[in-house]
Design a protein around this ligand. Structure first.
Ligand code: F6P
Length: 328
């Protein structure tokens, strides 16, 4: 029989994402609702290893739903990859009376969680939080929607100056191994071309498309490039290549960088975080463990930690075709 859960721990790990505070709030409030103690660990696995934690009550998470970042801070812990590190974490959890954990993060967080749970028999539930949206088992990760809106807003602003000067802008967006942000923001902002790691469109095609744009009388052009693009050149090299081959273009580069990870979470991300985290607490109380809660077709789903979360979360390549048509 599963052991009784009296205290649940929560942490945020990996790259921060808008909506993580809404997620922490939902864990703390659901614990309060079910009369379970809640403990928050700082800096993800590192705080578990160092015994850096605080008690969280329904009131201690007041007014954080609208805040970006994570009040529990986040980190990528190298120490947790060692068995010594994980032993320390397990000992600290025991001392704090923590019976189970909610882990908010990406696939690396879940991989660590599975090893830890198997080694020390501590039930864990994963909640997907990353702006990259690159986790299978869920249509959306917490932070992705906000990041998309941030990117579209930034591209709209760049478009203003691009069109005032008749310029071509290469705009690099985040997404280490995945083009979700690039593809969706590119369509949303009306980019002329979108370069993503999932599809190598080639340099010739890019030049052809830019020549076509020029001929059609466009006053500005935007090319959105995912940081993980596989075309073989980084965004600056791409800009140089186009300048050499199409000297009529006045080219500029903007790397949006970490501003994509900050800011007020959208309503969608707050609601997603709230739904997933209430379910995470309820699953632990029902004796479940080692699954990630996700959302597929607007229904909550569970995916075993045995799954490779990086595997085939398919990007909607139809959007490339749509973008092609609309950039005529
Ligand atoms: O995982 C989210 C992400 O923002 C990626 O898109 C990006 O490559 C990476 O984190 C950057 O991480 P950091 O600067 O925190 O090491």
């Amino acid at each position: 029989m599963a052991k009784e859960i009296r205290t649940i721990g929560v942490m945020t790990s990996g790259g921060d994402a808008p909506g993580m505070n809404a997620a922490i709030r939902a864990v703390a409030r659901a614990c309060a609702y079910y009369n379970v103690k809640c403990i928050g660990f700082y800096r993800g696995y590192q705080g578990m290893i160092e015994g850096d934690y605080c008690t969280m009550t329904a009131r201690s998470v007041r007014n954080i739903i609208s805040k970006g970042g994570t009040i529990l801070k986040s980190a990528r812990s190298a120490d947790f990859r060692t068995v010594e590190g994980r032993k320390k974490a397990a000992a600290n959890l025991k001392e704090a009376g923590v019976d189970a954990m909610v882990l908010i993060g990406g696939d690396g967080t879940f991989r660590g969680g599975k090893v830890f749970s198997d080694e020390f028999d501590i039930p864990v539930i994963g909640v997907p939080g990353t702006i990259d949206n690159d986790i299978s088992g869920t249509n959306f990760t917490i932070g992705y929607d906000t990041a998309l809106n941030t990117v579209v807003d930034a591209i709209d602003k760049i478009r203003d100056t691009a069109s005032s000067h008749n310029r071509l802008f290469f705009i690099e967006v985040m997404g280490r191994d995945a083009g979700f942000i690039a593809l969706n923001s590119g369509v949303g902002a009306g980019a002329e071309e979108i370069l993503i790691p999932e599809e190598d469109l080639g340099l010739d095609r890019l030049l052809e498309s830019l020549k076509r744009s020029k001929r059609s009388g466009k006053s500005s052009s935007i090319v959105v490039v995912s940081e993980g693009d596989k075309i073989g050149k980084n965004v600056y090299e791409l800009a140089d290549y186009v300048t050499e081959n199409l000297p009529d273009y006045d080219v500029r580069v903007t790397v949006l960088g970490h501003m994509q990870r900050g800011g007020t979470p959208s309503c969608f991300d707050r609601t997603l975080a709230s739904r997933l985290c209430v379910k995470a607490v309820e699953l632990l109380l029902d004796g479940e463990k080692n699954v990630m809660v996700g959302i597929v077709n607007n229904r909550i789903t569970f995916t075993s930690f045995d799954k490779d979360f990086k595997e085939a979360h398919e990007i909607n390549k139809e959007l490339l075709r749509i973008s092609d048509i609309l950039s005529t």
